[in-house]
Design a protein around this ligand. Structure first.
Ligand code: PRP
Length: 216
């Protein structure tokens, strides 16, 4: 394999992604979840891994600072970057939903106020439905917004559903399925096509082997 720079999202799915890479023979030996190090090399030094904030992965890839990125669909969509999305790693599966206080959804209201960490996804979703909404950008604990009257509803990620449940909120609508995806810089895909294709094929084989194991 040639020289590829891979941007990996820090956070919940990093360890599973590193495990998958290891299974297909791409081993970053000194990587561990709590590392403060930001650059790693595969054993044969053909792949340079840069460990970046999840929200920044699409930017690194779009700008060509990384050839390949591995990040959640949530951050890829929100970034509105121009990259190729070529593989679903099926890690960190969850979904975007519209949620609010149980029994409180009033879509007939003139202009809904929607709180979200993802204003672009939120606006796009309601635009498709022909609804004009006011979006309030928050950076976390979004579930609080409808409870204290900061917004009518939220657009947020649901995994187990525990956060919604513990705050007395209900799902009104599913917006989009999320999981970890592989993205590629458009120029790199042309200039390093063989190496990138080989990398993707190895991951695909690893995913197929995992699928076969889990299905007996
Ligand atoms: C995410 C998301 C929800 C929660 C969903 O928040 O924004 O709040 O996880 O998970 P659940 O359905 O399994 O309860 P995160 O933990 O990233 O923290 P945040 O509130 O600071 O965004």
């Amino acid at each position: 394999m040639g020289n590829i720079t891979l941007a990996l999202a820090k956070g919940r799915t990093a360890e599973s992604t590193i495990d998958l890479l290891k299974k297909v023979g791409i081993d970053f030996q000194d990587f561990h979840e709590d590392t403060r190090k930001l650059v790693f090399y595969s054993e044969d030094a053909s792949i340079k891994l840069i460990f970046v904030k999840a929200v920044d992965v699409p930017t690194y890839v779009e700008k060509g600072a990384a050839d390949i990125g591995i990040a959640g669909k949530d951050n890829i969509l929100e970034s509105q970057t121009d990259v190729y999305e070529l593989l679903d790693l099926k890690i960190g599966q969850c979904k975007f939903v519209v949620a609010g206080k149980e029994g409180d959804f009033s879509p007939a209201k003139q202009r809904l106020t929607v709180a979200s960490k993802y204003p672009n996804i939120t606006e796009q979703h309601f635009r498709k439905k022909g609804m004009d909404v006011e979006t309030v950008k928050l950076n976390g604990s979004v579930e609080l917004a409808p409870l204290i009257g900061l917004s009518d509803v939220i657009v947020d990620i649901v995994e187990t559903g525990n956060t919604l449940k513990e705050n007395g909120l209900a799902i009104f609508e599913d917006v989009e399925k999320i999981s970890t995806r592989l993205i590629v810089n458009k120029a790199s895909f042309a200039t390093k096509s063989k190496d990138i294709q080989r990398f993707i094929n190895r991951l695909k084989e690893g995913l197929e082997a995992e699928y076969e194991n889990s299905n007996g």
